[in-house]
Design a protein around this ligand. Structure first.
Ligand code: KIV
Length: 297
């Protein structure tokens, strides 16, 4: 079983680990909650150093780090490998593991077993599942009943985006928005500790925020939610293209990586790398003896 590593990660030593009561307190005080995705040790270290509150090992890993064009192909074993690496890089943020498509829908038993593996094998402190329909709410209730905190996710739910008509904003009619409201309230009712609102109009979020009592983290849901989440690769520009409308890009690391690898390739081809400062030395007497031994072969 994994546990929080101690002092390996640079972070504010005075910062307390995030807990569910602290999260509720942040909502009560109106302090914005910061969440980001992470998929490996370096991204976890960046989240730790950046002082975020919540880290999600998102199934967006399918597209950001595994090269698929949808989130559905990623499976539980993939997620466990990624979540374990993230766990090793985190000390203070609460770690949430996304339940991948196909790992919780079949039965309550399947959902509990999957959630338990996220906790026992990867050290996640909570899990997230998508959708607030009857089946998703039932699975969330079962997992909460097994003692594992659950974050819900409504609006655009990428695992079922085909059924939603594509990767696009949701809740743009009164009927669709009131369906999202019912889903959010159902997830709250079964004991979810927080919700993600994804890709819904700001005005709809504002209305829903009047109804929901648990912390809500928005992505493409406007400024009224209790917090914001962005995908690590989107906010740092580790991708081709700009990404969805709601992404704000804080760096352009894909370009930096491309430039770095190109410069390295040019150096190798021009024999500028390695230089003397990158090489190891040997005592001249040892070298002379080596030359004698090789000559004698
Ligand atoms: O998988 C993911 O990255 C997510 C976030 C967008 C909330 O679900």
């Amino acid at each position: 079983m994994s546990s929080r590593p101690s002092a390996k990660v640079p972070s504010d030593p005075g910062r307390l680990p995030m807990t569910l009561p602290l999260l509720m307190e942040k909502k009560r005080l109106g302090e914005p909650i910061v969440m980001v995705t992470a998929y490996d040790y370096p991204s976890a270290r960046a989240a730790e150093a950046g002082g975020v509150d919540l880290v999600l090992v998102g199934d967006s890993a399918a597209t950001t780090v595994l090269g698929y064009n949808a989130t559905t192909p990623v499976d539980l074993d993939d997620m466990l490998v990624l979540a374990r690496a993230v766990r090793r890089g985190l000390r203070t943020p609460l770690l949430i593991g996304d339940l991948p498509f196909g790992s919780y829908e079949v039965s309550d038993e399947q959902a509990i077993t999957t959630a338990m593996r996220m906790v026992k094998e990867a050290g996640c402190e909570a899990v997230k599942l998508e959708g607030g329909g009857e089946a998703s709410a039932r699975r969330a209730r079962a997992i909460v009943g097994a003692g594992i905190p659950v974050m819900g996710h409504v609006g655009l739910t990428p695992q079922t985006s085909t059924a939603l008509g594509g990767w696009k904003a949701q809740g743009r009619t009164a009927a669709a928005a009131s369906r999202i409201a019912s889903e959010a309230l159902a997830l709250q009712e079964v004991g979810c500790f927080a919700l993600v609102f994804e890709a819904i109009p700001s005005a709809v979020s504002e209305e829903l925020m009047e109804l929901v009592e648990i912390p809500v983290i928005g992505i493409g849901a406007g400024p009224s939610t209790d917090g914001q989440v962005l995908v690590f690769h989107d906010l740092l520009g580790i991708r081709d293209g700009l990404g969805p409308r709601f992404v704000k890009r804080y760096a352009n690391l894909q370009q930096e990586m491309n430039d770095g690898v190109s410069a390295y390739a040019e150096d190798v081809r021009a024999r500028r790398y390695p230089g003397p400062e990158h090489t190891y030395s040997i005592d001249p007497a040892e070298l002379a003896e080596l030359q004698e031994r090789l000559a004698a072969r």
